[in-house]
Design a binder for this molecule. Structure first.
Ligand SMILES: Nc1ncnc2c1ncn2[C@@H]1O[C@H](COP(=O)(O)OP(=O)(O)OP(=O)(O)O)[C@@H](O)[C@H]1O
Ligand SMILES: [Mg+2]
Length: 251
């Protein structure tokens, strides 16, 4: 059974950085083949992993809606979409990648989404771990792919407002009836020491706290220089902190 590890949180809180460093951790452990999934419509996980992914599930779905009447003779919608989804799955040596993107045309995508859900369910059997970078609300991921998540990590910035958002997102996950085994809180871009009010705020979320990632110039620089986070050195402060945190939850 594959384990789904998902990262969620509002914009700019470090979701993609976290997802990329979880992938780095799993690759180092040899927990492969691994599937990375970018479920954020403002997709940027591929960039952080140094992978180029030209097509998205969204573009396949839009294309399908436009050309429905012209499917190859004798081919079912399911067979056609399965083939197209498989064509855009970016396959690497130990890491494969799927980007959800966002369909851009009008129409009802329910039937296509249901085929996507089945495709994802079948595909997921090939991987011990699937790491998902989500949009804040997670509606798309839950509706189109999986309703079960093993580990959900909420990212927050260093603000009480950020923590309030996490509490709201966690409630939203329940409203969406997403089945989450373990949920955690991670705070990103912090000072070395967290203030007492903030620590109280963390406690008030009621979500188990994984730890905090200190503001790190090396991470900012990797982004600006377009260096893959997978290639960060083992002695990077952020990598070391992630290893410490992840060894506790993904030993
Ligand atoms: N610990 C850190 N120290 C310094 N910069 C960081 C740290 N973590 C993330 N960043 C930088 O902060 C920015 C936002 O991080 P990231 O892209 O991971 O957030 P996100 O939640 O995925 O954002 P978005 O919602 O835009 O997708 C990026 O430029 C990233 O390089
Ligand atoms: Mg992101």
């Amino acid at each position: 059974m594959s384990k789904i590890i998902a990262v969620a949180g509002k914009g700019g809180t470090g979701k993609t950085t976290t997802a990329a460093l979880i992938i780095r951790h799993l690759l180092k452990k040899g927990a492969t083949p691994l599937l990375a999934m970018d479920a954020d419509p403002n997709a940027n996980l591929a960039d952080s992993l140094g992978i180029s992914v030209p097509d998205t599930i969204g573009s396949v779905l839009s294309d399908f809606m436009r050309k429905r009447a012209e499917l190859p003779a004798g081919m079912t919608r399911q067979a056609y979409l399965d083939m197209k989804f498989h064509q855009i799955l970016k396959e690497g040596k130990s890491l494969d990648m799927l980007v959800m993107g966002c369909p851009d045309g009008p129409g009802c995508y329910c039937a296509a989404n249901s085929i996507l859900k089945d495709y994802f369910e079948n595909l997921s059997k090939n991987y011990p771990y699937i790491v998902v970078d989500n949009e804040a609300g997670m509606e798309h991921f839950s509706r189109k792919t999986a309703a079960n998540i093993d580990t959900l990590i909420f990212c927050s910035n260093y603000s009480l407002k950020g923590l309030k958002t996490v509490t709201a997102l966690s409630a939203m996950v329940d409203d969406l009836k997403i089945n989450v085994k373990d949920r955690y809180l991670l705070v990103n871009r912090t000072p070395e020491t967290l203030g007492q009010e903030f620590l109280d705020g963390i406690r008030d979320t009621g979500i188990p706290f994984l730890g905090h990632i200190v503001m790190d110039a090396e991470i900012e620089e990797s982004e600006i220089k377009g260096i893959s986070l997978i290639d960060l050195p083992d002695d990077s402060e952020t990598v070391k902190k992630f290893e410490e945190i992840l060894n506790n939850i993904i030993p």
